[in-house]
Design a protein around this ligand. Structure first.
Ligand code: ADP
Ligand code: MG
Ligand code: MG
Length: 194
């Protein structure tokens, strides 16, 4: 499957809307195991992404994703800004230098998070969504049920990266805010694919 320009614009528009809708929920998740700002951080980034989307409807996908990456890096802040920013930058680079295969593009984003966050699977972060989603796409098993089960699988993990790791075992039983926002991102991708 290819990541087209029309899909990408639609996907990012949904992401802006759904992050705004879920701002309070993302803050609540982050209040339990972090500092309570993940929704606020992401919404700040989405305001900039919204501007980028309204400026032009006709950018090359790699150029659009690069602009989104810079918006996320400069506006979201916290730990998640540079991580999402790196993911979008690596997706942009993959499209520019390789091809537009959706699974490979998402995999490039996941690898960006892994490298930038020095993170592996099972550390209760956004990477626990990106990595299995990339694998599902590669195996043609990307669907809502699998996506939901990847998020659920993070619930009882102990966080070993980011602020939530300060809680140690007490992070178990809480959803990771970045895993939740990434689940929103990929729920939106599914909506565009369907
Ligand atoms: P901060 O923790 O600086 O307040 P946010 O609240 O916006 O930043 O983002 C927190 C999210 O960032 C976490 O829920 C987690 O998913 C993600 N995160 C933090 N550190 C890492 C890391 N090293 N690797 C991958 N993801 C991380
Ligand atoms: Mg936070
Ligand atoms: Mg913070």
């Amino acid at each position: 499957m290819k990541l087209t320009q029309a899909m990408t614009y639609k996907w990012l528009q949904l992401f802006v809307q759904d992050i705004q809708k879920n701002q309070a929920h993302l803050n609540e998740l982050d209040t339990a195991i972090g500092d309570g700002d993940h929704g606020t951080n992401m919404v700040r980034g989405m305001e900039q992404v919204s501007k980028i989307l309204s400026q032009s409807q006709d950018q090359k996908v790699s150029d659009l994703l690069k602009q989104v990456a810079f918006a996320l890096i400069s506006k979201v802040g916290g730990a998640s800004g540079p991580l999402y920013g790196t993911a979008f930058l690596e997706m942009s680079k993959y499209l520019q230098n390789q091809d537009d295969d959706l699974a490979s593009v998402i995999n490039a984003g996941a690898l960006g998070i892994k490298r930038r966050g020095q993170v592996n699977g099972g550390e209760k972060t956004m990477y626990d969504i990106w990595q299995p989603v990339a694998a599902d796409l590669q195996q043609q098993q990307f669907n809502q049920a699998n996506l939901d089960s990847h998020l659920q699988a993070t619930l009882n993990l102990e966080a070993t990266k980011g602020r939530a790791s300060y809680l140690g075992e007490r992070s178990q039983g809480h959803l990771d805010p970045g895993a939740q926002s990434s689940t929103i991102l990929f729920t939106d991708l599914l909506q565009v694919l369907n």
